[in-house]
Design a binder for this molecule. Structure first.
Ligand SMILES: NC(=O)c1ccc[n+]([C@@H]2O[C@H](COP(=O)([O-])OP(=O)(O)OC[C@H]3O[C@@H](n4cnc5c(N)ncnc54)[C@H](O)[C@@H]3O)[C@@H](O)[C@H]2O)c1
Length: 256
């Protein structure tokens, strides 16, 4: 293949929406896309957080819009989509990074905790895919799943079930939306964000176990999810759809 026809790992000139993009992994992806030349709308439920990240996006040269959204509210997702189209441009890339995690053993998990994780982590991804795909002519949808989709996690029944659902949803949506819209997922391992919380702090017992079980010997920074997102969003991934790409530093639960 000549370099002239080499597909580019770039999102320059594209318009991206990153839901859950005001913090953690979503924010890193939103800023990474902006640095690469995309226009980006990064959103969550907090107007203050949306305003702060919009400023960071503008500093990187991106056009943006300030709009909040709650993934459990389909109307707010429609408003997000329509505002983006009106104020920024037709959406080429959707990243679903909103997430929450209930932490209770199954015998103590309440109905509310179960429903909250399923509604945000699974139904929210479904609703966002549906709302945006209806108005996307072509492009790429990236769902942020988790390695917990395929591994046992103590006291995370709802989260693990939701993330397994995201992987199934990703494959099914890819089949429905081909060939124009590609749908893939990224399954991160342990990433140091507010969601992961103090248990991943240096020196904690849990962190030591994670480091031992991770061939890379550490947890990830949010920035380390950006390269995979850039690839999946770009034309370089033109034949990649329905895939779940694990980015976990080689983590192995069974390693002693
Ligand atoms: N941090 C990790 O170790 C890790 C590992 C695997 C997967 N993940 C997944 O990555 C994604 C991002 O997680 P993070 O660690 O960056 O977490 P985070 O808590 O730092 O960020 C989550 C974002 O989602 C937003 N959000 C939460 N509920 C929302 C709702 N109802 N509507 C709209 N926005 C909402 C929050 O405001 C925040 O901006 C999540 O889906 C999470 O499950 C994280």
């Amino acid at each position: 293949m000549s370099t002239d026809s080499m597909p580019s790992v770039s999102v320059e000139g594209k318009t991206a929406v990153v839901i859950g993009g005001t913090r953690g992994i979503g924010r890193a992806i939103a800023l990474g896309f902006a640095e690469d030349g995309a226009d980006v709308v990064a959103t969550s439920r907090s107007a203050d957080a949306v305003e702060r990240v919009a400023e960071e996006l503008r500093e990187r040269g991106a056009a943006t819009a300030e709009v909040t959204c709650d993934v459990t509210d389909a109307d707010s997702l429609e408003t997000l989509r329509d505002t983006t189209i009106e104020e920024v441009g037709d959406v080429d890339i959707l990243v679903n990074s909103a997430g929450t995690v209930a932490q209770s053993p199954i015998t103590e998990m309440t109905d509310e905790e179960w429903q909250q994780d399923i509604e945000v982590d699974l139904t929210g991804v479904f609703t966002a895919c549906r709302v945006f795909a209806r108005e996307m002519d072509a492009g790429s949808i990236i769902n942020i799943s988790s390695m917990s989709a395929d591994q046992a996690r103590e006291a995370r029944a709802a989260y693990c079930a939701a993330k397994s659902g995201v992987n199934g949803l990703t494959r099914a949506a890819a089949a429905d939306l081909a060939p124009d819209i590609r749908v893939n997922a990224i399954a991160p391992g342990f990433v140091k964000t507010e969601m992961a919380g103090p248990k991943l702090d240096d020196g904690s017992e849990f962190r030591e176990t994670v480091d031992e079980r991770t061939p890379m010997g550490r947890v990830a920074t949010p920035d380390e999810m950006v390269g995979t997102a850039l690839y999946l969003a770009s034309d370089a991934a033109s034949f990649t759809t329905g895939e779940v790409i694990t980015v976990d530093g080689g983590y192995d639960d069974s390693a002693q």
